[in-house]
Ligand binder design. Structure first.
Ligand code: NAD
Length: 682
C-alpha cells in the first residue's frame, strides 16, 4: 500500500510536469494583438484564496513552489483565475497532421490534434486563457492540465481509459479495447450548488471547468460547425414565416443579428449561402477584422444609415451579402425602428449565457469601456446590462409589431431579459416555466423540422491535415445522400456540394454536415472503408452537443418538448452513457453548454476511424443509438415528426424496439376534467 509522507513519493509510472519540463520554463512572451479574456469574477475569501493557491500548486513540482506560488496568486488576483501562463507553449498552437504527435494509440494522437486545434490563435476566442468560444468555454482550466492531458494521451494504451474531470486528468485506468479511450465531464455540480455563484467559486478554486459544448468536449471545428445549422435555421424561418417555397432561397430578404465571435461568427457566412442579405452588429472591431479576413463577412460598416442603404441595394438586386456593422446591436435596432426599415428575420447571438460576465456589451459602452467597467465596478456593469436589455427588448417588440420575425438563437437571450426583471417576456407574465413570448429557434424551427427526424450537426476532421482527404470525404458524403427523399436532404445535399467553394475551413480540415441516424451511419461506414483502403488518412467523427439527443436544455434543444420532461436531464446523460458502453473513442458530458450553468446538461462524442472491422461494429451500434435515443424521447413526448420517425425505425430495425405513446384526445381530457368539476378557471 502506498503511504504518503510530507514529500509525496512518486512511482515510476507516475507523471509530473517534470516529464514535460526538465526545469521551470521561463515566463512567456504574450503575442500582441491576440484577444485576452476579461478578469473573471473573484469573490473568494482569504481562506478560499489560500485553497485556490494550494489546489493549483498540486500540479507543480515542489522545487518550483517558491517561484510559482507568488505568480499564481498574482494571476488569481489579476485575472480571477489561475491559468498557469508560464506553462503555456510559446507562440502559436495548431492542430497538426496526426503523424506529428506521439502516442501508443491512434485515438491518443487524434485527441491531441483536436485539443491543439481548439487552442489555435485563428480558432480560439481567448487562446491564452484556453477559451475556445462562447466567452467562457474552455478546453481545460489551466496550462498544467493541458500538458498532463497530452502526456497521458501519449502514454495511453488501447487497454486503458483516461478520466478527465473538469479539465483535470484524474489518470489512466485499465479498461479494454472496445472501451472509450477518454471519458470526460465538465462542470457537473451537485444539484444544491448548481448555480452561477457556487460555480464561480468552484472555478476560482480550480475545481470546475466551463466546457461550453465542443470547447471542453474537444470537437470544435471553428465557426463552420454552426454555419450549417444557421443556414438551415434561416432557410426554414423563411419557409415558415416568409412563405418562401421549399426550392427557393432567401434572395431579397434582410436578416439582422449580432455577434461575430466564435459561434456567432457563422451568421454572415450562413445568410450569404442562404442567398439573403445579412447585417451583423459587433462591438469588438478585432472580431470583425478576423471574420473579414476569413471572408466570412464581405463588407464592414461603421455608420447605421450607410449599413441599411447598402443592405437595401443588395436586397433590390437580389444579391447575397453579409455586412458587419461595427457598433452595438441595440443602437442598430433602435435606428431601424425609428426609420421604419423592414427587417424580415431578426435574432441575437451575443453571449447572453454569460450576460454579466462580459458576454453582452451594454448599449452606452464601447467594447473597451465594457472591459474596463467589468473589472472596476461589477454592480454598475450589471445595472447597465439590465438597462440595455430593456432597450433591446423594446426595439424588438416594436419591430415585431411591424412584421419582423424574431427568434431566440440559443444564447439564453430571452432568459437574460427575464432575469433582468422583465416578466412581460414570459408567456404567463409571471415566470419562465411556460416559456417566452418569442420562440426559440429550436421550438419552432430546428426542433420540429430537424431534431425530431434525427437531423443534427454531424462532423468530421481529416486527421492527416490533407486537403485531398477533405475533398474525397465531401464527395463520398454527397454520394450517400438522396436529395429527393425530403427537403432536409436536398438542403444537406446542396450544402455539401458547395462546401468547398464556400471556404468554410478555419483550423483543421473539417466538415459539418447535418444528417439523420441512417445518413450518419452510412457516411461513417463509407469513411471507415476509405481509411481501410488507404484512400485517406484516419478520420475523427463527432458532433456538436447541440443535437437531437445530445442536450437537455428547456430554453434551447428541448424547447419543443411539451410533456413536462423538458426540465429533466435524463436523455443527455443516457446518450453519453450509451455511447460509452458502445465504445465511442471519446465521451463527454457537460453542465451549461450554450445557455449557462444549471440550464443544460449536454454531451458529445468523438470516434476515430482507423479502417478496422472493430470500428465498423462500434459505428453500427453507437451511431444509430446516439441519434435514435434522442428521437425516441421526442416521440415519447408526442412530437409528431419524431413519432413517425420512430415508428419507421421500429419497423425497419429488428434488433430495436422503442416504446410508442398512445396520444390522448384533447377533447376527452377536457370532458373528463369538466366532469370532475376541474376547469380552466379553477
Ligand atoms: P462569443 O462570445 O465568441 O461572441 C459573441 C459576440 O457578441 C462577441 O464578439 C461580442 O463582442 C459580441 N457582442 C456582445 N454584446 C454585443 C452587443 N450588445 N452588440 C453587438 N455585439 C455584441 O460567443 P459565441 O461563441 O459567438 O456564442 C454566442 C452565443 O451563442 C453564446 O451564448 C453561445 O452559447 C450561443 N450559441 C448558440 C448556438 C446555436 O446553435 N444557436 C451554438 C453555439 C453557441
Amino acid at each position: 500500500m502506498m503511504t504518503y509522507s510530507k514529500e509525496m513519493i512518486y512511482l515510476s509510472n507516475q507523471i509530473t510536469l517534470n516529464d514535460i519540463f526538465k526545469s521551470l520554463p521561463s515566463y512567456p512572451h504574450f503575442v500582441n494583438g491576440i484577444r485576452r479574456a476579461p478578469k473573471r469574477e473573484l469573490t473568494l475569501n482569504q481562506k478560499d484564496i489560500k485553497l485556490a493557491l494550494k489546489n493549483a500548486l498540486r500540479y507543480i513540482p515542489k522545487a518550483w513552489h517558491d517561484e510559482v506560488a507568488p505568480e499564481f496568486l498574482d494571476e488569481l488576483l489579476t485575472h480571477g483565475r489561475i491559468y498557469g501562463y508560464r506553462f503555456r507553449p510559446q507562440g502559436q498552437i495548431k492542430g497538426l497532421p496526426i503523424e506529428k504527435y506521439k502516442g501508443k494509440t491512434l485515438e491518443g494522437k487524434a485527441l491531441q490534434v483536436m485539443i491543439d486545434n481548439n487552442l489555435d490563435f485563428d480558432v480560439a476566442l481567448y487562446p491564452y486563457e484556453l477559451v475556445t468560444y462562447g466567452e467562457t468555454g474552455q478546453v481545460c482550466q489551466n496550462w498544467m492540465q493541458y500538458h498532463l492531458i497530452k502526456k497521458y494521451l501519449e502514454l495511453m494504451t488501447d487497454e486503458q481509459t483516461l478520466s478527465i474531470l473538469s479539465g483535470h486528468p484524474l489518470g489512466l485506468f485499465k479498461s479494454h479495447k472496445q472501451a472509450p479511450r477518454v471519458v470526460l465531464t465538465n462542470g457537473l455540480m451537485v444539484g444544491l450548488y448548481d448555480n452561477m455563484k457556487d460555480f464561480n467559486r468552484a472555478q476560482a478554486l480550480g475545481v470546475a471547468n466551463y466546457g461550453q459544448m465542443t470547447a471542453g468536449g474537444l470537437m470544435y471545428i471553428g465557426p463552420q460547425g454552426i454555419v450549417h445549422g444557421t443556414y438551415s435555421t434561416l432557410l426554414n424561418a423563411g419557409r415558415l414565416k416568409l412563405n418562401i417555397p421549399d426550392h427557393e432561397n432567401l434572395k431579397g430578404k434582410l436578416f439582422v443579428s449580432s455577434g461575430l465571435g466564435g459561434m456567432s461568427g457563422a451568421q454572415g457566412k450562413a445568410i450569404e449561402i442562404a442567398g439573403g442579405v445579412g447585417i451583423i452588429a459587433e462591438v469588438d472591431l478585432s472580431r470583425i477584422e478576423t471574420r473579414h479576413s476569413q471572408h466570412w463577412v464581405s463588407i464592414v460598416t461603421h455608420d447605421k444609415k450607410e449599413t441599411f442603404d447598402i443592405a437595401l441595394k443588395y436586397q433590390q438586386s437580389q444579391k447575397a451579402v453579409a455586412i458587419a456593422y461595427h457598433g452595438n446591436v441595440v443602437d442598430l435596432l433602435e435606428y431601424a425602428n425609428q426609420n421604419d426599415i423592414k427587417i424580415d428575420l431578426l435574432s441575437d447571438q451575443t453571449s447572453c449565457h454569460a450576460v454579466y460576465e462580459g458576454g453582452y456589451c451594454p448599449v452606452d459602452l464601447s467594447f473597451e469601456e465594457r472591459t474596463k467597467l467589468l473589472n472596476q465596478d461589477k454592480s454598475l456593469f450589471i445595472e447597465k446590462v439590465n438597462a440595455s436589455l430593456h432597450r433591446h427588448y423594446l426595439a424588438i417588440k416594436a419591430l415585431s409589431l411591424k412584421g419582423t420575425f424574431f427568434f431566440d438563437y440559443g444564447n439564453s437571450f430571452l432568459k437574460a431579459i427575464y432575469d433582468s426583471g422583465l416578466k412581460e417576456i414570459c408567456k404567463n407574465k409571471e415566470n419562465d416555466l411556460d416559456g417566452f413570448i418569442y420562440p426559440s429557434y429550436v421550438e419552432e424551427l430546428m426542433g420540429p423540422l430537424l431534431f425530431d427526424y434525427g437531423y443534427g450537426p454531424f462532423r468530421w476532421v481529416c486527421l492527416s491535415g490533407n486537403e485531398n482527404d477533405l475533398d474525397l470525404t465531401d464527395q463520398v458524403a454527397m454520394s450517400c445522400i438522396d436529395p429527393k427523399r425530403r427537403f432536409q436532404d436536398k438542403d444537406n445535399y446542396d450544402w455539401i456540394k458547395n462546401a468547398k467553394e464556400n471556404q468554410l475551413v478555419v483550423g483543421t480540415k473539417a466538415r459539418i454536415l447535418y444528417q439523420d441516424a441512417e445518413g450518419r451511419l452510412k457516411i461513417a461506414l463509407a469513411f471507415n472503408k476509405l481509411v481501410r483502403e488507404k484512400k485517406t488518412g484516419p478520420i475523427m467523427l463527432g458532433r456538436d452537443h447541440h443535437d437531437t439527443g445530445g442536450t437537455d436544455s428547456p430554453f434551447r434543444e428541448t424547447a419543443n418538448i411539451k410533456d413536462g420532461s423538458n426540465i429533466m436531464a435524463d436523455m443527455a446523460t443516457h446518450v453519453a452513457l450509451g455511447n460509452a458502453l458502445r465504445g465511442m473513442s471519446l465521451v463527454a458530458l457537460h453542465n451549461g453548454g450554450g445557455v449557462g450553468i444549471g440550464k443544460a446538461i449536454n454531451g458529445g462524442y468523438g470516434m476515430v476511424l482507423d479502417g478496422s472491422k472493430r470500428v465498423d461494429e462500434i459505428l453500427k451500434q453507437a451511431m444509430i443509438y446516439d441519434v435514435m435515443a434522442g428521437v425516441s424521447r421526442r416521440s415519447w413526448a408526442t412530437n409528431k415528426n419524431a413519432f413517425e420517425t420512430t415508428k419507421t425505425f421500429n419497423s425497419t430495425h429488428e434488433d430495436a424496439s422503442v416504446l410508442l405513446p398512445f396520444v390522448a384526445d384533447e377533447k376527452l381530457l377536457d370532458q373528463t376534467m369538466k366532469a370532475k368539476g376541474i376547469n380552466d378557471e379553477k
